[in-house]
Design a protein around this ligand. Structure first.
Ligand code: SF4
Length: 348
């Protein structure tokens, strides 16, 4: 029998992140900053998806645990508060091993093959052999991650909506096959979560492409001021501005995109005016952008130093314990609905 979990009247939200090592500004602006706000209004579960890392890094697992700790530290540094939300590690909740297997039995292969990121990631990570059962099945793992907590909402950006849609389809199929015994008209065992579309501003990396670890163009949350300034100095700009005397356009410049996210309206006005009239140089403009970035990064870095490794471990252990209890409640219903609960039945 599952222990009870504290009940909350707030709608429940769940989201996770793969442990790719220290997080960067793209991760922060695209997800974390939003999670920090969500924890004030929702019952939130945030997890580090270390089992997902195995789908691509199975041949060398040496970085997964250290990266998990780095990501946990970044979660806390960004302002996630274990008093307000549950922070846990996927592999520390064994139900994440069980539900994907059961859902895998009912998920048609075609659903997995048509996931847009399947082919895309295979091409992007051509150096790794991703023709594995685990990699093809990662959307099932993701569906299980979500459905275990029966969340009302999953906060995602535009580009990840397909994953939540697949999760909803898997849940629907499960609910069509299985009902709790004697409860034919009762609620679905696995309620379909809704998408909570989150704003994710365009955040270019130093080479002008989307900020991403795989492009090596990131500004990390731990980068100190001199590093940030140096990285910005080499950042690409509007290609039309070849000479100092050429006019440019901040709307065509990756540095302009950074200004839109991090600078004050006053600075923005100076950038537009100065760039379009060639009244300012790019070095000066990048200095202003760096000012805005540093303002955001410094409090994050200060919070990061306030947590010891032991504290982080304790937070993850406590959060995972809480997540396990919630996940087991779902699993009890899943096993009962599938009539795969011999131990429980025999104990009656
Ligand atoms: S002045 Fe600023 S916005 Fe204009 S091209 Fe240079 S870096 Fe970009």
């Amino acid at each position: 029998m599952a222990e009870s979990v504290p009940t909350s009247s707030r709608p429940r939200v769940l989201s996770g992140m793969r442990p790719t090592g220290k997080l960067h500004l793209g991760n922060y602006m695209g997800a974390l900053a939003n999670w920090v706000k969500l924890q004030e209004q929702y019952e939130c579960y945030f997890f580090i998806a270390d089992l997902h890392a195995l789908t691509t890094d199975y041949a060398d697992t040496s970085r997964i645990t250290p990266n998990t700790l780095e990501v946990a530290l970044d979660f806390l540094a960004a302002g996630l508060d274990p008093e307000k939300c549950t922070i846990f590690v996927q592999s520390m909740v064994k139900q994440h091993y069980e539900l994907p297997l059961l859902l895998g039995m009912i998920t048609p292969l075609g659903w997995l093959e048509r996931v847009p990121s399947y082919k895309e990631m295979q091409e992007n990570l051509a150096s790794k052999d991703l023709t594995t059962y685990g990699f093809l099945g990662y959307p099932v793992l993701m569906a299980a991650d979500i459905l275990l907590y029966q969340p009302d909402f999953v906060p995602v950006g535009q580009d990840q909506q397909a994953h939540v849609e697949l999760t909803r389809e898997v849940a629907r199929r499960f609910n069509q096959f299985y009902k709790l015994p004697g409860a034919e008209n009762a609620q679905d065992v696995l309620p379909e979560p809704k998408v909570l579309l989150t704003p994710s501003p365009k955040l270019p990396g130093t080479d002008g492409r989307k900020m991403s670890k795989s492009y090596g163009n990131t500004i990390e949350l731990t980068d100190e001021e001199p590093v940030v300034r140096q990285k910005l100095k080499t950042m690409v700009t509007d290609p039309a501005r070849v000479r100092r005397t050429d006019a440019g356009d901040p709307d065509k410049c990756p540095v302009g995109d950074l200004h839109k996210v991090f600078s004050t309206p006053e600075t923005m006005a100076k950038v537009y005016e100065g760039c379009r009239s060639a009244g300012i140089g790019c070095i000066e403009c990048k200095g202003w952008a760096a000012d805005g970035l540093v303002q955001v990064l410094q409090p994050i870095q200060a919070r990061r130093t306030s947590f010891s490794e032991q504290q982080v471990n304790e937070i993850l252990v406590a959060g995972s314990r809480c997540a396990r209890v919630r996940a087991e409640q779902t699993m009890e219903q899943v096993r009962a609905a599938m009539q795969m609960n011999l131990t429980t039945a025999a104990a009656k």
